[in-house]
Design a protein around this ligand. Sequence first.
Ligand SMILES: Nc1ncnc2c1ncn2[C@@H]1O[C@H](COP(=O)(O)OP(=O)(O)OP(=O)(O)O)[C@@H](O)[C@H]1O
Length: 305
Amino acid sequence: MKRARIIYNPTSGREVIRKVLPDILQRLEQAGYEASAHATTCAGDATEAAKTAVERKYDVIIAAGGDGTINEVLNGVAEQEFRPKLGIIPVGTTNDFARALSVPRNIHKAVDIILEDFSTPLDIGRVNDQYFMNISGGGKITELSYEVPSKLKTMLGQLAYYLKGMEMLPSIRPTSVEIEYDGKLYEGDIMLFLVSNTNSVGGLEKLAPAARMDDGLFDLMIIEKMNIAEFVRLATLAIQGNHLNHPKFIHKTASLIKVKTEEKMQLNIDGEFGGMLPGEFVNLYRHIDFFVPREKFEKQSDENE
Ligand SMILES: Nc1ncnc2c1ncn2[C@@H]1O[C@H](COP(=O)(O)OP(=O)(O)OP(=O)(O)O)[C@@H](O)[C@H]1O
């Protein structure tokens, strides 16, 4: 019998997961799984719970929470030799990864995706010794996502980011960087750089519209030095997906990216503080099997062939 372990964050986003958990467990059991659940107790606990589930040879781990919980589960699984399949139940404030996978926000529909039993191996990123599924980057503006208090995030959702972003705009300064991508070199003063694995970043689905999660490549995006007015204008263009031809927006693809800065720069990994640069970003080609909607991903693999 196949075994599934749900790792859920009871404090995540809408906090509805607790109420529906018995129903989810029952649905998994009816579908032939032996199912159990672990409620995370604090930051970092989902990583430990995922490592334990790997040791116990669960076939499937289901991460129920926001992007933070999914990232923690990923960090418990990615470096292991035996890697269970991962399912996602998006109940966070930001659910960028679920959006990238086209996993619906409705809990029962998200469970349907797991029960349909269609999975596909997808790329993930590693920077230094941490793993990410969505995005990593640096630059003053990227530091805002973890300066938003979590209570505020829960109350206001995405709006909290924008409010905090406005507040921080005057303090955004360019930084001098050296970025090596697949052997080529970029040097310059930048506002921010992003290393993206998916096309769904901070609710901006059109930021890297051609990004794929099964090609072994990151999308490297650099916004060069500009004044605040220009930056706001570029951000507005990015929301509409009209930023790609902007002369100070640089877009490359690469599987290995090394970033060095002279002054101190924080690294953001999937929306959380991830230590300081320098950073070496490695794309791990089709490293983890995720449950995904069959219609979307079957079509994509057909296009690949
Ligand atoms: N029991 C807990 N109490 C407090 N914090 C927790 C607990 N369990 C997990 N966490 C932390 O909460 C962080 C955020 O959780 P999660 O991502 O699930 O939800 P969110 O904040 O609603 O959404 P998002 O991260 O997508 O904005 C996790 O990265 C984790 O470190």
